[in-house]
Design a protein around this ligand. Structure first.
Ligand SMILES: Nc1ncnc2c1ncn2[C@@H]1O[C@H](COP(=O)(O)OS(=O)(=O)O)[C@@H](OP(=O)(O)O)[C@H]1O
Length: 451
């Protein structure tokens, strides 16, 4: 009996063990199966998300390439293939999904009441001031007034100028110069129009001279003040009519031009500008960023001196003497990193809508550079050395208005004497800007004389 019981207990234990073993085995198989299924699910989900992201990234990339590489006319630019490495068919592919319809013709209205011959709005009124940043003065006198500016006589001889040879190199008007006096379109009245051209920067590189030279052209009307519509949030939010109403009166065959150099560094500006007019043209003048920085420093220093505020010397202001590193946090220093801002502009503007001027060449040969600007703006070749002539007293070119028969130089805040920067600090700054300068050529194909 005892033996039978023992045998039974053994059997039960063995059986029990077998069941337990099978259960454990079965459960682990089940658990691993479930884990595998769960893992597969996660992997599938990850693949799905990745695919979605890749697709989005691809779409974004295509859109980006379309914006940077294709103009408003949708044609691939010569730069396009170079920068993108895309084949022509890929470029067309990039173009197709979001190509927008072309803008209807300008709605410039013409009325029948006649009007006086046009003179530039830059004439006769001094430019107003606009504050760029704390402590920084931004004034310009562009008036053809009876003040000191008109005391520069047209035709002052430039015997001592090192630039004499260059200055007169473009003085003889070429055969395609059309100097016929301006006649407004018959029966038309002047009205305010949105700008067709904006000088977007760079500050301290000659933007005022560029605007005022343009104002000498009969087919150009300039807004004398820096409007800053696209950087002024409250103004911008009130809509384009506010912008238009800030513009001077013009005839329909005249281009309205405004200059606001603060646009250059404003991230939202390119997009905002083309949202107002996708055919708008942009002028950008670039100069050696170190020289630009010195010019900006001179302006700041003058302002601070006037307010009795002491300012560090240029060297210390620009470069940390302890580490010999350039003070990248100074906004004026970042302004000279042109390539970074230009990348943003070319996300929205095709290169054929942007004309870049070499600031150094512009100082030496403004007539030659203005001729290129006229070509870019598709206005007649009008400006000659009669309109823009070198003035030895000023040390810069001045202007003669054929209409007003008056001469005018930019005011004392333009063409200030510069301090002599310590060569080591100048070199440190130059080295800092070198890679940025090099990208002007390698990214955008602009060869500047100062690079
Ligand atoms: N014709 C003429 N007259 C005077 N100055 C001339 C001229 N052409 C170019 N420049 C250069 O323009 C520099 C001022 O640049 P901006 O007009 O862009 O300055 S601002 O941003 O509007 O304050 C100015 O810089 P500074 O010399 O430091 O004053 C000049 O280098």
């Amino acid at each position: 009996m005892w033996k039978t019981l023992q045998e039974y207990a053994q059997k039960v234990t063995l059986e029990h063990l077998r069941i337990v073993l099978w259960t454990v085995l079965g459960s682990s198989v089940l658990v691993s199966l479930l884990t595998s299924v769960a893992m597969m699910n996660t992997t599938l989900k990850k693949i799905e998300v990745y695919n979605h992201r890749t697709e989005l990234a691809h779409q974004h990339e295509l859109e980006y390439q379309r914006k940077i590489l294709l103009g408003n006319n949708g044609k691939p630019s010569p730069m396009a293939a170079k920068v993108s490495g895309l084949t022509p068919s890929e470029l067309r592919k990039a173009e197709s999904p979001t190509k927008s319809p072309s803008k209807p013709p300008s709605s410039d209205s013409e009325t029948n009441s006649g009007g006086p011959p046009q003179t530039s709005t830059s004439f006769g009124s001094p430019a107003s001031s606009s504050i760029k940043s704390p402590g920084e003065k931004k004034t310009a006198s562009t008036g053809f007034s009876s003040s000191s500016s008109s005391s520069f006589n047209h035709g002052s001889s430039p015997p001592s100028s090192p630039w004499s040879s260059v200055i007169h190199s473009s003085s003889s008007p070429s055969s395609d110069t059309d100097s016929t006096p301006y006649k407004p379109p018959t029966g038309e009245q002047k009205e305010r129009r949105l700008p067709k051209v904006i000088i977007v920067g760079v500050s301290k590189c000659g933007t005022r001279a560029l605007l005022d030279y343009l104002a000498l052209h009969p087919n150009v009307i300039t807004a004398n003040k820096e409007i800053n519509f696209f950087t002024n949030v409250s103004m911008y939010n009130r809509g384009p009519d506010v912008y238009k109403n800030s513009m001077p009166l013009s005839y329909s065959d005249q281009l309205t031009v405004e200059k606001s150099p603060d646009y250059f560094e404003c991230e939202m500006c390119p997009e905002r500008i083309i949202a107002i007019d996708r055919n708008i043209k942009v002028l950008l003048i670039l100069c050696n960023p170190v020289d630009r920085l010195v010019s900006q420093y001179m302006q700041l220093k003058e302002k601070n001196d006037q307010n009795g505020v002491a300012m560090a010397g240029f060297e210390e202001w620009a470069v940390d003497p302890m580490t010999n590193s350039v003070r990248k946090t100074v906004a004026s220093i970042r302004t000279g990193m042109y390539d970074e801002y230009m990348t943003n502009w070319f996300r929205f503007f095709h290169q054929d809508k942007v004309h870049v001027i070499d600031g150094a060449t512009f100082i030496k040969d403004p007539v030659g550079e203005m001729r290129k600007v006229e070509t870019f703006l598709e206005i007649k070749h009008y400006l000659t050395s009669e309109d823009i002539y070198y003035n030895a007293t000023k040390g810069f070119h001045c202007m003669y208005s054929r209409i007003l028969k008056k001469s005018h130089c930019l005011g004392p805040t333009k063409g200030r004497p510069h301090i002599k920067v310590l060569p080591g600090v100048y070199q440190t700054l130059q080295t800092f800007y070198n890679p940025h300068n090099a990208r002007l050529k390698s990214y955008f194909n602009y060869q500047m004389s100062w690079v």
